[in-house]
Design a protein around this ligand. Structure first.
Ligand SMILES: *Cc1c(COP(=O)(O)O)cnc(C)c1O
Length: 216
């Protein structure tokens, strides 16, 4: 399954984040030995435990809603945080990044789904954040793109429309705030059920769990 998905993604240079949440380290190691290096987790404790035992050249991505008080546990090693949805969270990531003497790459999570339960900023919120004086002070975080989760539905047109919205949002923020920054280039969208649509709509990074590792 891994090789098949990688072959599909290669057509558009889309990267794979293998979402290993709830899965044992043996299964992650097996996928590591097949060449996969980027893994995503959504719970801090699980992420910390797995990072400690698994090979050090794994790129760990934090993909789920992140509580401010847990940021300190992951900032020594995390490669990318997908789910930044407030200035408060970003300030804490910056603070912990300073302590660890590094710059941490982050994505702003944009709310694109119709469902209430999904976290994220509106496009207007994202603009306010990026235009703020407080944001300009943060030297140890680097915003490299956006992340979004589509509504969990069989309605393909709706999912496609939500991904298109994220892409439009990306283009607008790029023009307004990042026109000089080539590293603002990531659109993290697409999961097991909708990654092909996301790929068609310009995803640069898909987050796939159950299709790779089996149902949770
Ligand atoms: C669990 C999870 C995924 C992967 O979901 P699958 O449907 O198993 O592919 C992707 N993104 C986030 C934020 C998740 O929490």
């Amino acid at each position: 399954m891994l090789q098949q998905i990688l072959a599909e993604l290669a057509e558009t240079n889309t990267r794979l984040v293998a979402v290993s949440k709830t899965k044992p380290v043996e299964q992650i190691l097996d996928m590591y030995h097949q060449g996969q290096r980027i893994f995503g987790e959504n719970r801090v404790q699980e992420l910390v435990e797995k990072q400690a035992t698994l090979p050090k050249d794994i790129e760990w991505h934090a993909i789920g809603h992140l509580q401010t008080n847990k940021v300190k546990y992951i900032c020594s090693f995390v490669s990318l945080i997908h789910s930044v949805d407030s200035l408060k969270l970003l300030r804490e990531i910056n603070k912990q990044a300073v302590r660890n003497e590094r710059v941490i790459d982050c994505l702003l999570q944009i709310k694109i789904a119709a469902e209430d339960s999904k976290f994220g900023l509106s496009q207007a919120d994202a603009k306010t954040l990026l235009g703020s004086e407080a944001f300009s002070q943060l030297q140890n975080v680097r915003i490299v793109g956006l992340m979004g989760m589509a509504t969990f539905t069989d309605n393909i047109d709706q999912v496609r429309g939500e991904f298109q919205h994220l892409k439009t949002c990306f283009e607008e923020l790029k023009t307004t705030f990042f026109s000089e920054q080539a590293d603002f280039k990531e659109i993290s969208m697409g999961m097991s059920g909708d990654y092909r649509i996301a790929q068609e709509e310009g995803s640069t990074m898909v987050r796939i769990g159950s299709l790779l590792f089996g149902a949770r």
